[in-house]
Write a protein that binds this ligand. Sequence first.
Ligand code: UDX
Length: 437
Amino acid sequence: MKIAIVGTGYVGLVTGTCFAEIGVDVTCVDVDQKKIENLKNGIIPIYEPGLEEMVVRNVKENRLSFTTSLESCLDDVEVIFSAVGTPPDEDGSADLRYVLEVARTIGKNMNKYVLVVTKSTVPVGTAKKVRDAIQAELDKRGVQIEFDVASNPEFLKEGNAISDFMSPDRVVVGVESQRAQDVMTKLYKPFLLNNFRVIFMDIPSAEMTKYAANSMLATRISFMNDIANLCELVGANVNMVRSGIGSDTRIGRKFLYPGCGYGGSCFPKDIKALIKTAEQHGYSMRVLKAVEEVNELQKSILFNKLNNYFKGELEGKTIALWGLAFKPETDDMREAPSLVLIDLLLKAGCKVRVYDPAAMEETRRRIGDSVYYAQDMYDALLDADAMLLVTEWKQFRLPTWGVILKTMRTPVVIDGRNIYDKNDLEALGIAYYCIGK
Ligand code: UDX
């Protein structure tokens, strides 16, 4: 089977590589010449555990190739996955420019049946726009060629994308013809041999499922952040509350960890887009608006704790940040809480020293040299008045406290992910603050 994937961003590259891994002949397409050249040489544009080796291996075994020309592969492929970006517009709604550009290119150049599958997260109704755009081009050419559209939202988590793709909880596919359903069954069957969990549905429902899933997860996080903040005020411990409620199977244990706010490319963008879609239909998503508000406030929680500790006197203090990426195992800085934090610290007159195992370059690209980029996690602590733990990378979990005590000016740790034990740190003479306890 031959397929093309358009867009070699996060979703496109993982999707293409994983399909190649199970034996499909995959062509990945991108307009960015430099990116394609790099990919041909095994240089991948993102940090994702295991992806680089998989790309290199599949290229070597001739199942994965890269091109800038979608036109040139249309005659060979049966399915085209569109995984191009849908950046938020100024008003928060998803910008469909790239999605529709792909559709027009297909309509202009196709000569035989294709199934066009949208993988990008797109508002309800987009598949219809894609279908109309392809048909309009066919009409201009005065030809009649059969095609289908489908919606196949992805649920990959950055840092865990390969195993999420290779053994998914479920695959959601919106289709409107039996032929499309058969093709998608053939493609996904190998991933789910023993336990086939492809859920077929109509296209608008598939489109909506992605937004609803991300909204639900973000709601759980904001809900727990609210509970954590209240726990502090009433003298409760959010860790206990979390295990207490998580053991109710109706609630479940996952995605109940309070912290310094969710970030990343999906939650913030998708929630804004869903609020916008509802507005366009004259409806207000009240819960989601509150979810957003809680999250914005939560991003400054570490700063507020620090400010309280130093009684508002932060001018001239040196503050170390451990972790910059919006979560571990990624170099993604989109909507990362660390950016809000750095901004607040600089405005308060602090010197900021940062360390992240993967996201240093990406941070420098965004904020330049306004902070000191440390050589390693301990270098970040040199003469620091406090350390803020922002991202729970594994290497931060069991540091050598003796070195830390010698390196910092004053031993103050504010733990935005609740990874340390208060009693342990206080026994060492470290002032320790965390979330919700
Ligand atoms: C998310 C969805 O999980 C995925 O299904 C969808 O396809 C894309 O969006 P991702 O953004 O990669 O994936 O990361 P995820 O692991 O879901 O974390 C999102 C944010 O929530 C991170 O900032 C993380 O730190 C935060 N988070 C997560 C919490 O604060 N508490 C939790 O309990 C879980």
